[in-house]
Design a protein around this ligand. Structure first.
Ligand SMILES: [Cu+2]
Length: 126
């Protein structure tokens, strides 16, 4: 008798708790911690990033000595997020909601990608 009453109450409580997370939760709550990336002459470290979508956050630090940026392009070549050109020691955090898939990361300054500043970002569904 007691169990029959308790089970519906527990189920109701679970539904009530999970509903707000699907609708109004801030995007930051649903994501993992920011990925940390360092830029330097001439590499991106790490060069292979993996993130769980949809919201992807990357904390980018330039270790110089020359300025660099981190640009993220989708499979069609569209820029989906990018930092400013960062001088040595500068940090910028960028964030975007991305579809699951493979993205290219690079420094868009002339010649830098071909010198080694390119890599990949793989976004997986949550
Ligand atoms: Cu660069």
């Amino acid at each position: 008798m007691r169990t029959r009453i308790l089970i519906p109450i527990v189920l109701l409580a679970l539904v009530a708790c999970s509903a707000p997370a699907d609708s109004d939760a801030p995007a930051s709550v649903a994501t993992a911690d920011a990925l940390a990336v360092n830029l330097m002459d001439f590499m991106i470290d790490p060069g292979e990033l993996e993130a769980t979508g949809p919201t992807v956050t990357i904390e980018v630090t330039s270790d110089g000595p020359t300025p660099h940026n981190l640009t993220v392009r989708d499979a069609a070549g569209e820029v989906v997020m990018a930092t400013a050109d960062l001088s040595a020691g500068d940090t910028e955090t960028i964030t975007a909601d991305l579809e699951p898939g493979d993205y290219t990361i690079l420094c868009s300054l002339a010649g830098h990608a071909s010198l080694g500043m390119s890599g990949t970002l793989t976004v997986t569904a949550p």
